[in-house]
Design a binder for this molecule. Structure first.
Ligand code: 9D3
Length: 259
């Protein structure tokens, strides 16, 4: 069982990941555990102060090292003998990707520091944090949502977390291509001002080799159109190269026809 110790001023936020969907089911199945530690519980003063003004002046507040040190110590105690790995969710961290998720999923336990305000006293980060991770180049209000993103992404990778229905879907995404289009009933659909919206014939054919090839071809088409960076980062199999060539032939034939 993988153990997450989260350090956050807003413990209730983590209900979002523990109470719903795949991550709730995996928790019931004891595939992982989550415990949230509030640094406010480790303050000594009457006001339960967790932040203070930045030395040198400027806007915003900085999280005090002392309550965070005590919270991290409590987190390590909860995890007992295992070698701790402390992650600070931070806008200046390394951007999260699938490879990093897989690496982190091999740890028996993680300590996730979700911070608030302008930041954390640098001396705490230097001495107690192993790595910093960002979830993208946009500004959020704190590290809680990024910590939940990380938990969700990791838990999905743990053995037994996905039902059979989910795990089959997973296969096609990990190979560095965008997912193919999906269709379900009815065979012909009307939506608002559009009528006769049909499911592609091939999907009704029962020819599973053809269906597989059509899906791969669609994935290649979508990936080239929307995320050419993903294609550039990876080499093509013989089949993929052949399908892309076929696509180019088909597309130029369509151009000819419409001009
Ligand atoms: C003015 C400097 N700001 C940095 C961009 C300060 C600041 C803004 C927002 C400091 C912390 C935050 C709160 N964000 C996170 O804690 C955070 C985050 C994010 O905002 N975007 C993407 N990934 C992450 S991970 C943690």
């Amino acid at each position: 069982m993988m153990d997450f110790q989260v350090i956050s001023l807003f413990p209730e936020m983590f209900d979002a990941v523990t109470r719903h969907g795949i991550t709730a089911r995996a928790l019931e199945k004891k595939i992982y555990s989550v415990n949230v530690i509030n640094p406010r519980d480790f303050t000594q003063d009457n006001h339960k102060t967790v932040d203070d003004r930045p030395y040198g002046g400027g806007p915003g507040m900085v999280m005090l090292a002392d309550p965070l040190e005590k919270a991290i110590k409590a987190a390590k105690q909860q995890q007992g003998n295992i070698k701790s790995h402390v992650i600070h969710l931070s806008p200046r961290g390394v951007p999260l990707n699938h490879k990093k998720v897989m690496e982190l999923s091999r740890h028996p336990g993680l300590i996730l520091l979700a911070s608030r305000y302008e930041g954390v006293d640098e001396r705490l980060l230097e001495s107690l944090v192993d790595e910093e991770i960002s979830i993208g180049d946009y500004v959020l209000s704190g590290g809680e949502l990024p910590a939940m993103v990380l938990i969700d992404a990791i838990v999905r990778q743990l053995p037994g977390a996905l039902g059979d229905a989910d795990s089959a879907v997973e296969d096609s995404f990990v190979d560095g291509l965008l997912d193919c289009p999906h269709y379900t009933r009815p065979e012909v659909l009307s939506l608002e001002n559009m009528t006769g919206l049909k499911v592609p014939e091939v999907l009704l054919s029962g020819n599973h080799a053809k269906i597989r090839e059509w899906r791969l071809k669609q994935s290649l088409l979508l990936t080239r159109a929307k995320r050419p960076d993903l294609l550039a980062a990876r080499s093509l199999t013989k089949e993929e190269a052949r399908l892309l060539k076929e696509l180019d032939t088909e597309l130029s034939a369509q151009e000819q026809a419409s001009s």
